[in-house]
Ligand binder design. Structure first.
Ligand code: SF4
Ligand code: SF4
Length: 270
């Protein structure tokens, strides 16, 4: 995102809207600037604010005159009065920021908007996680902190070394230069995004190993990581996961349950 210094009147309305804290008003220049390195191109500022197109010179003059009389002329809080916020034409590799940060942009690799994956929510139909397997979602970043691909790469390479299988229909997997080792392509390692989900699966008896690897590598990354584990239920609706998670010292909650109402597009091994 770029803020046109000729149009910006420094009202600061856009500052709290940015989920990355990437906008600040320069008190000397009296206009807002975007920290390009921290901006994840989520377009929240551009999309979330109404834009008036008042003449900047007039708004500045009114604001200065108002100041003389010790009152303020401020636009409504959700308005950029001069339409100064200007989306840039993004080229690779910067365009990857928007793909992972703007929920209205579908991922090219999967066609799914948001973070680009249906995860295990559609497992009834897709069969991503089969009997005897455990699926992991490893979520990186959040508003306020984000994540760089360099940190995701650290974790995916640790997982790759443990022999997990990376989910093919996942946008992070599509950005790996090696889907066995989990290595992310070099040209995007410094790019920062709002958040991403890595999906892997392994055999049920490897769940403890994978949890330990994630716990160990999580201390090496500069962001937050949230882990979800999923498995197929047996006929009584139970899985082995609760016992494994408890044994590893994790409190677990059953977050989501699929009811098996979808028409499977896969063959279950017998
Ligand atoms: S809302 Fe518009 S005019 Fe106000 S500081 Fe932000 S970019 Fe500048
Ligand atoms: S595009 Fe997103 S991260 Fe960048 S300045 Fe706007 S709100 Fe902040």
């Amino acid at each position: 995102m770029w803020i046109d210094p000729k149009r910006c009147v420094g009202c600061a309305n856009c500052v709290p809207v940015c989920p990355m804290g990437a906008i600040a008003v320069d008190p000397v220049a009296r206009h807002a600037v975007v920290n390009e390195d921290e901006c994840v191109e989520c377009h929240t500022c551009y999309r979330g604010m109404s834009r008036e197109h008042l003449p900047p010179a007039v708004v500045r003059a009114v604001r200065r005159t108002a100041q003389l009389f010790r009152f303020r002329f401020d636009p409504e809080p959700d308005v950029c009065p001069t339409g100064a916020l200007t989306p840039r034409e993004l080229t690779w590799p910067r365009s990857v920021r928007r793909a992972f940060s703007d929920p209205l942009v579908p991922h090219e690799s999967t066609g799914v908007a948001g973070r680009g994956t249906e995860e295990v929510k559609t497992n009834d139909v897709t069969g991503r996680v089969l009997k005897g397997e455990a699926g992991f979602t490893v979520e990186f970043g959040r508003p306020g902190i984000g994540v760089r691909f360099r940190d995701i790469d650290r974790v995916t390479r640790a997982l790759g070394a443990a022999g997990v299988t990376f989910e093919a229909e996942n946008p992070v997997t599509s950005l790996m230069s090696d889907r066995t080792t989990g290595q992310i392509r070099d040209d995007i390692l410094d790019e920062k995004i709002l958040s991403a989900i890595v999906e892997v699966k392994t055999e049920m008896d490897r769940v403890s190993d994978v949890l330990r690897i994630l716990q160990s590598v999580s201390g090496e990354v500069k962001t937050v990581i949230c882990i979800g584990v999923s498995a197929r239920c047996d006929a009584r609706g139970d899985t082995e996961l609760e016992d494994i998670l408890n044994a590893e010292g994790f409190r677990s909650w059953r977050g989501k349950t699929n009811f098996g109402l979808g028409r499977p597009l896969f063959q279950e091994a017998v």
